[in-house]
Design a protein around this ligand. Structure first.
Ligand code: NAP
Length: 298
């Protein structure tokens, strides 16, 4: 027997759609947890734009077909999320510098069939960090957990800000080394370190200022699987978890809070990367406060 279709509450049921509506998708797997549809549709509505933003669950093997579908169905554009940011970069007609430098795409713009890839994650991360805490970048060494699309964007954004030393810890050591090589190529003076998940990393945590979780771990709240010695965190650390979703702190942020560290959750980055994507698709000024409210009222 088929399950009943999901029902909306009445407050949510007011997106305008007609024959002229421009479509924006978000390609990901999983994608049901994403708050971008709520945030972007609120923004289009507030700005009086006839756009609609839809979640599109796309399996890895079907990414090329899905990207081609954006062109065939004349979507105005898309966001790209886990696990497609890196492979998507290979499938587009051209890449803006933000995407070329990181090798990862989180935003696609379709101009009359020509698909251009951008990356607004790095700028979104820096804007959110600046809003949440005060950081002296040139003296802040960083540890990044993960080496996927989000990790690449954060690593490059921090290097652009002058962070002198970045350690990458990742399950697949080859990918951590790949990100290290990318950093060394773009920023020859940077000290970059690549470490596997199983290696001991206490000293890296102790000697860092900034810790960023850019893995998808923690989405299920399971701290045990996080490759980080949380007992080494102190009041001097800034801990950022890009994972968002549930109410309250993620497991990492809860542990860091206990140690007195300064915290940044994933919603600020989601807001600022989304605002930059909105501008790329519409050329209009993003209604930031409307977008923030849409995220906070989840
Ligand atoms: P991705 O490209 O698929 O990368 C996933 C990363 O997580 C890889 O480093 C992967 O390691 C690691 N990972 C996945 N499962 C793991 C496991 N079981 N054990 C250990 N490591 C594991 O994804 P992404 O686009 O970078 O996104 C990563 C996370 O950041 C997601 O939770 C996403 O929602 C979040 N994010 C948030 C924002 C925001 O605005 N707040 C923006 C971007 C991303 P391997 O290399 O070994 O596979």
């Amino acid at each position: 027997m088929n399950a009943l279709p999901p029902r909306l509450n009445r407050k949510e049921a007011k997106v305008h759609i007609d024959g002229k509506t421009r479509l924006i998708g978000i390609l990901g797997d999983p994608v049901a947890h994403s708050l971008s549809p709520r945030m972007q549709n609120a923004a289009f509505q507030a700005a009086g734009l006839n756009f609609c933003y839809v979640p599109l669950r796309v399996k890895q093997k079907q990414l090329p077909a899905a990207v081609e579908g954006l062109r065939a169905m004349q979507f105005r554009g898309a966001n790209v999320t886990i696990p497609h940011k890196v492979p998507a970069a290979e499938l587009l007609d051209c890449l803006d510098r933000s995407a070329a430098r990181t090798g990862a795409v989180n935003t696609i713009v379709n101009d009359a069939g020509k698909l251009t890839g951008y990356n607004t994650d790095g700028a979104g991360f820096i804007a959110a960090l600046a809003e949440a805490v005060s950081v002296e970048f040139p003296s802040a060494t960083a540890v990044i957990l993960g080496a996927g699309g989000a990790a690449r964007s954060v690593a490059v954004a921090l290097a652009e800000k002058g962070v002198p030393r970045i350690a990458i810890i990742n399950r697949t050591l080859a990918k951590a080394r790949g990100l290290k090589a990318l950093l060394k190529l773009e920023f020859p003076d940077i000290e970059a370190v690549a470490v596997g998940l199983k290696e001991k990393c206490d000293d890296l945590i102790i000697s860092s200022k900034l810790l960023v979780n850019a893995t998808s771990l923690g989405m299920d709240g399971d701290l045990k699987r996080l490759p980080v010695a949380v007992d080494k965190l102190t009041e001097g650390h800034i801990v950022c978890d890009l994972v968002y979703g549930g109410p309250g702190d993620t497991a990492l942020l809860a542990a860091a809070r206990e140690k007195g560290a300064t915290l940044m959750g994933g919603l600020g980055m989601l807001l600022h990367q989304g605002a930059a994507s909105f501008k790329l698709w519409t050329s209009a000024q993003p209604p930031i406060e409307v977008m923030r409210k849409a995220l906070e009222s989840q």
